[in-house]
Design a protein around this ligand. Sequence first.
Ligand code: ATP
Length: 364
Amino acid sequence: MTGLNAIEIRGITKTYGYGEFAVTAVDEANLAIRQNEFFTLLGPSGCGKTTLLRLIAGFEFPAAGDLLLHGENIAIMPPFKRPVNTVFQNYALFPHMTVADNIGFGLKMLGRPASEVEARVAEMLKLVRMEKFAKRATSQLSGGQQQRVALARALAPHPKVLLLDEPLSALDYKLRKEMQIELKRLQAETGITFVFVTHDQEEALTMSDRIAVMSAGKILQVGGPREIYDRPANRFVADFIGETNFLKGKVSGLGSDTASVALDCAANLAVPASADLIVGEEVTVLLRPEHARLVPVGSAEAALTGTLKDIIYFGTDTYFNVSLSDGTLFTVRQQNRPDEVGSYSVGDQTSVAFAPAAIRILRG
Ligand code: ATP
C-alpha cells in the first residue's frame, strides 16, 4: 500500500521540554495520508495538530518513529529538501514585494531560469484568479487576496504535498466560506495532496476527503466526514464533532436484533443489538439533536418524557432543551417552517421520539 500513500506516519512521538516540564505534543501517532486527498487534522487547541504538521514539514524532528513521503523515509531530512510546502495562518508574505515577486520567490531561490519563473508565476496567478494584481504590493491586498497569493506562492515550486496551518482563521465568515470552496477547487485542479489543520469541525466536515480527529497528542479516529459524524468511535469524537446527547444506562436485556437499555432517567430504550454487549454493563447512548423530534406525551412513538426548559430560536432551526427525570438536559433540534406557528412553551411536559437507526451505543 506504501506506493499509494503520500505520507505515512509510523509511531511518531514528539516531546517539548525536559523533566517535569516535558509536554508530549504528539504521542505515538500512526497515520496514512493517500495521494491526492484533502486530508484534515482536526482537534481542539493544544491537541498537537500543528506539531504533526511541522514534523511533516521538517520544522520539528520526532523523538521516535518514522515519516515516509511517497515511500521515502524523510524523518531526519532537512525541511528545504522535502518536496512539501506550507501555507501559514498569517500568510507570511513579503509586504514590500509585488504579488508576482512573492509567487516567484521560492523558484528564484531554487535558481530556476527567469523565463521558467515568469511562466510559472503567470500560471499560478491564473490558478488563483489574481492576474490583475500581479504588480501590486501585497500590503495593498485584502485578507482573501493575500490568502490567494500565499497559496500561489506555496504551489509554485510543484510540491508533492501542501501543508495548510489554519489558513482561513483570519478571514471573516463569508470570505472564509468562499475560500473553503476555492481551496477545494485548487486541490482538485492541481491534484496535490493537501494536509489541512483546523479546530473548526464544520470546516473539516465540508472540505475534507478524510479527517483525523486528535486529542492530547493522540489520533482518536480517522475516516470520511460522514463516517466520523455518523459513527464516532468514542465520546470525545462524538462531543467534538457536531452536537450529541449522552444518556447513561445499563444493558437490561439482549435480543437477536435489539438490546434493551434501562436509562438513568428511568426510561427503557430498544437499541440496535451489538455482538459484544453484556447484560448489566454500563453504556452511553448517543443521539444527535437533529435526529430527535418532539411528540405529544403518551404518543406511541414517545421514547423519553420530560419538561421543556429552554426554547432557543436559531433562524433555520429551533433548539428545545428537555429536562429528563434524572436532571439530564436532552436537546432536540427541529427545522423551522414558515407555515408553522410556535406551539411549545417553557414548562410544558413533552415527549421525544427518534428512529432506532439514529441511536449509537458506546460501552462505559
Ligand atoms: P493550536 O490549535 O492552539 O495551534 P495545536 O493543536 O496545533 O494547537 P500544538 O501547537 O501542536 O497544538 O501544541 C501541542 C502541545 O505542545 C501543546 O500543549 C503546546 O503547549 C505544546 N507546544 C507546542 N509547541 C511548543 C514549544 N515550542 N515548546 C513547548 N511546548 C510546545
